[in-house]
Design a protein around this ligand. Structure first.
Ligand code: NAD
Length: 374
């Protein structure tokens, strides 16, 4: 089949990791007989430099017309002092809103091969970790009314959620839990925030439709603590935009490296296709040095194949290829074991391009689900 993919390489390490992900997608195409046509578009700092805007209208147009959008990362110190609406991050919020991508799925998966990179005690993560964080993406305090008083002595941001916004997000939470461990934890701050109490009220009204799912609630401060104390208690976490932003970064560190985690931003498809991106930023400190780990972006294409193109076997093949390169000992700097650790001797230090090429080779070598081997 033929698919059109809009790519937003962005800034810093974004172009490096998107390049490797597209090469991996091409390998999927060769193996499974698909064709992927890429249209690169500008967003973030590079778009500001070229057009004066973080999200040019042409970018929105191309993304809306594509079957899926693949994003690297945007931002960097060069653009840090611009006013909020002209900063690279405004492009990020804008494209999510334009595509109606209101649910952000962030799997926090610890590959057993990377157990040595996990900062938690081995007994806490024994048996691996597999948490799905579902973050509301187009509402809440990041989009609520904000401002400053005329005297410049105070400022405010507003957390506001409507019933339909909460219902659609929790609907994804319940459905995802059904496909996994059947546990959904709604994370909030219901002891002090009225909007959080409303989230709980809406969840209570919905839970009867998914009787098999065990619904629980947890305050966000406790959730932040539990993620390092006993992360294996979680299956699916559903939460607001700001709490999800913070908790998913914490969960990423628990799993080993921010360079390993993918994300999918999806809606109901009425405004545009899904948007797929690594959860890390543009890492200006290592941009252009061939040090970026491309695996988070490569794992994002697995989510793209699964959620936007309905190609589950292909998605699994990408995930299996990533596991096989990790099992073979290849490591970028961010996932390397500490010097002197027992696993260090079995590792080979590689850069962005070599890691990407190894995944391509593994996809073409048909490493993957047994039923798919020929
Ligand atoms: P960051 O994620 O870019 O980097 C944090 C640390 O992790 C750095 O030391 C970096 O070198 C390392 N790192 C990140 N990704 C890596 C990878 N793939 N491989 C190896 N190491 C990796 O976060 P930051 O430093 O807070 O932000 C840098 C810029 O990125 C800022 O301008 C910020 O606004 C932007 N940002 C963009 C996004 C996005 O585009 N979605 C998300 C977060 C931050």
């Amino acid at each position: 089949m033929k698919f059109s993919i809009a790519t937003i390489p962005g800034d810093g390490i974004g172009p490096d990791v998107v390049r490797e992900a597209c090469l991996a997608l091409d390998a999927v195409g060769r193996r499974f007989g698909h064709e992927f046509a890429y249209t690169p578009v500008l967003m973030g700092g590079c778009a500001i430099d070229a057009t004066g805007l973080p999200l040019p209208p042409e970018t929105v147009k191309v993304c809306k017309a594509a079957d899926a959008v693949l994003l690297g990362a945007v931002g960097g110190p060069k653009w840090d002092n611009l006013p909020g609406n002209l900063r690279p991050e405004a492009g990020l919020l804008g494209i999510r809103a334009a595509l109606g991508a209101w649910a952000n799925l962030r799997p926090a998966l610890m590959f057993p091969e990377l157990a040595a990179a996990c900062p938690l005690r081995p007994d806490i993560v024994e048996g691996g970790l597999d948490i799905l964080i579902i973050r509301e993406l187009t509402g809440g305090i990041y989009f609520g009314e904000k401002g400053r008083s005329p005297d410049g002595q105070s400022a405010w941001d507003t957390e506001k959620y409507s019933r339909p916004e909460i219902e659609r997000l929790l609907g994804v939470g319940f459905e995802s839990a059904m496909k996994r461990g059947k546990k959904l934890c709604v994370v909030d701050k219901a002891n002090v925030m009225e909007s959080s109490r409303f989230w709980r009220e809406v969840a209570e009204g919905m839970k009867g439709r998914w009787p098999e799912v065990a619904l629980s609630y947890m305050y966000v401060d406790n959730a932040a603590m539990q993620l390092v104390r006993n992360p294996r208690q979680f299956d699916v976490i559903a939460t607001s935009n700001i709490f999800g932003d913070i908790l998913s970064d914490e969960a990423s560190m628990v799993t080993g490296s921010i360079g390993m985690l993918a994300s999918a931003s999806i809606g109901d498809g009425s405004l545009g296709p899904g948007l797929y991106e690594p959860i890390h930023g543009s890492a200006p400190d290592i941009a252009g040095t061939d040090k970026a780990n491309p695996l988070a972006t490569i794992l994002s294409i697995a989510l793209l194949l699964r959620h936007s193109l309905g190609l589950e076997t292909e998605a699994k093949a990408v995930e299996a290829a990533v596991r096989s390169v990790l099992a073979s000992g290849l490591r970028t700097g961010d996932i390397a074991s500490a010097a002197g650790s027992p696993s260090k001797a079995r590792e080979k230090s590689v850069g962005t391009r070599e890691m990407g090429a190894a995944v391509v080779a593994a996809i073409e070598a048909k490493t993957g689900p047994a039923k798919d081997r020929t």
